[in-house]
Write a protein that binds this ligand. Structure first.
Ligand code: COA
Length: 191
């Protein structure tokens, strides 16, 4: 008999002031299909997705956890219980490192949700992985909202890398700098 080797992963649930980051669930499919059907939302992330692509992306997200021990969470708004996005971590072969990722539905933009979710995710992965020197973010330079999220997290642009057929800006923050900006994030998130 052969056995498959996978990272032993329990996907945790993280709670922030206004959000819950919890494992993706099959019941989230319609919510993600709705979010990803907004052309303004998908403008810098490959354009609108059909339901089949959304499901496969979700399967890839769960697979990322199983294969690497990190991955994205479903983001739920605590005050309403609504699914408002997906955020957390991502890595894949050839990627510049462990990436912090953020996707928030359009009617919740501008409330600091991306920053709040990313703060929890980055703090979690630095605590879980003592060997991890830095967290990266991979952003199309013209995606100014995402660039601003990275900047507000204390990340700085390092270089351009050609990934998935396009030049992306690579933002990073190292463990030492994160420890310095974390108290400031906590204060911002409290507002
Ligand atoms: C990028 C995205 C996640 C930002 O979500 P958000 O919850 O609105 O971000 P926040 O409210 O945490 O904003 C963080 C900072 O970015 C700024 N910001 C947000 N949207 C902005 C925009 N369109 N233009 C300029 N700055 C913007 C905010 O003002 C805030 O800065 P401030 O604290 O100085 O005011 C959201 O626009 C999104 O989901 N876009 C589509 C998916 C996507 O492109 N994801 C990123 C892929 S790399």
């Amino acid at each position: 008999m052969t056995t498959a080797k996978m990272v032993e992963t329990t996907i945790p649930t993280l709670t922030t002031e206004r959000l819950v980051l919890r494992p993706l669930d099959n019941a989230d499919v319609p919510g993600f299909v709705e979010i990803w059907s907004d052309p303004e939302f998908t403008r810098y992330i490959g354009g609108r997705c059909d339901p089949d692509s959304v499901w496969h992306a979700m399967a890839g997200n769960i697979g990322c956890w199983a294969l690497t021990g990190v991955g994205p969470w479903a983001v739920v708004e605590r005050s309403t219980g609504s699914l408002v996005g997906r955020a957390g971590l991502w890595t894949e072969p050839g990627w510049p490192g462990v990436e912090a990722v953020w996707f928030i539905r359009r009617d919740r933009w501008g409330r600091g949700y991306a920053r709040e979710a990313a703060t929890a995710a980055i703090g979690w992965v630095f605590a879980q992985r003592p060997d991890l020197a830095e967290v990266v973010s991979v952003i199309l330079p013209e995606n100014t909202a995402s660039v601003r999220v990275a900047e507000r997290l204390g990340m700085t642009p390092q270089r351009l890398e050609f990934l998935h057929g396009e030049d992306h800006a690579i933002y990073t923050i190292n463990r030492t700098d994160w420890a310095a900006v974390l108290p400031a994030q906590a204060v911002q998130n409290a507002h």
